[in-house]
Design a protein around this ligand. Structure first.
Ligand code: FUB
Length: 324
């Protein structure tokens, strides 16, 4: 049996959950953390994952099934290491796994693998998505059928290296008093295998319409974007990285600009925080991870869930990952 705020599985470490409802069940696409002793650094070298496992549950209280290895690094022609936070999408009888990995030049790119089943196994495309970069792809299919991929992460995720439009290994982010970098978004082609247009940056602003600044670490974007829609409002949620929160901003357009609204999840044990939000059987759920099962090891995380509630004005109630 699965319970809120407890690991979905304990036989492997899992992180970065992207939850979806496929074929009437909950499917969770996590990173698969290895049980390695690693020293943490700001480049994220401790996150040295080599494969993906897909999890599923008939409902939130039923046993969580691990469907085994769904894709391995050795079977991805362009990738060399670090299979980080994935996501999945469905179109026309095919399931698509979107994932970041470093290419042969050590640059993070975003790739795709496909399967006839939501649990895989997935077959990787020969190359990464042309024009893709950085990490943490999150795919959102809108009610009009348009599909978008949101992505990007600072530091080890290399987002700040792309400010000029090409990869600059020496580039640093803007200074504390300058606007923070936002996540990137690109509309996907009809077969979901390429970008329809070059990615563009999403603006996140405060109540006065002013961009969030780099120094505003409690609110500015760091990594792990997720998009969902509820009652016609688009919700962009993400990790603040250095301040370890999951926060959100709203818009009436999936491309933004987004207005900052508040905190969804307060800090968890472990440096990273990463989430997804899904509606299942008329309730809303937050899937997230923490490092409690490993006693606090940053690179050994476990996926959990909690129910998520909206207030009448559309704001989201803050979740405490460690309720009494
Ligand atoms: O799991 C590796 C990286 O850690 C993810 O891509 C980030 O979002 C953070 O959770």
């Amino acid at each position: 049996m699965t319970k809120p705020n407890e690991p979905l599985v304990t036989h492997i470490y899992t992180a970065d959950p992207s939850a979806h409802v496929f074929e009437g069940k909950l499917y969770i696409y996590p990173s698969h953390d290895l049980d390695h002793e690693m020293i943490s650094n700001d480049n994220g070298d401790q996150y040295d994952m080599e494969d993906y496992h897909v999890l599923s549950m008939d409902d939130v209280s039923s046993a969580c099934i691990d469907h085994g290895e769904a894709l391995h690094l050795r079977d991805i022609p362009w990738a060399t290491k670090q299979l980080w936070a994935p996501d999945a999408a469905y179109r026309n009888g095919t399931y698509y796994l979107f994932f970041p990995a470093r290419d042969k030049d050590d640059i993070f790119r975003i790739g795709i693998a496909t399967s006839a089943s939501p649990s895989g196994p997935f077959k990787a495309e020969a190359d990464y998505i042309p024009g893709s970069f950085s990490i943490d792809p999150a795919v959102f299919v809108d009610e009009d059928g348009r599909a978008y991929v949101y992505f990007g992460g600072l530091w080890g995720g290399q987002l700040e290296k792309w400010q000029s439009g090409t990869f600059d290994p020496d580039a640093e982010g803007p200074s504390a008093t300058e606007p923070a970098l936002g996540p990137q978004v690109a509309e996907l082609s009809d077969d979901l295998l390429s970008f329809k247009e070059p990615p563009r940056e999403i603006r996140i602003v405060d109540d006065e319409g002013q961009p969030l600044l780099v120094g505003d670490e409690d609110r500015r974007y760091f990594e792990g974007p997720w998009m969902h829609r509820c009652n016609g409002i688009y919700y962009l949620s993400y990790s603040t990285g250095t301040t370890h929160r999951i926060v959100y901003a709203t818009s009436d357009n999936p491309l933004g600009p987004f207005v900052y609204r508040g905190t969804i999840l307060t800090p968890v044990l472990g440096w990273t925080t990463h989430h997804s939000i899904v509606q299942f059987q008329d309730r809303w759920y937050l899937f997230y991870h923490d490092s409690s099962l490993s006693g606090g090891a940053d690179n050994k995380r476990s996926v959990k869930y909690a129910e998520l509630f909206y207030n009448e004005d559309g704001t989201i109630r803050t979740i405490d990952p460690y309720p009494d």
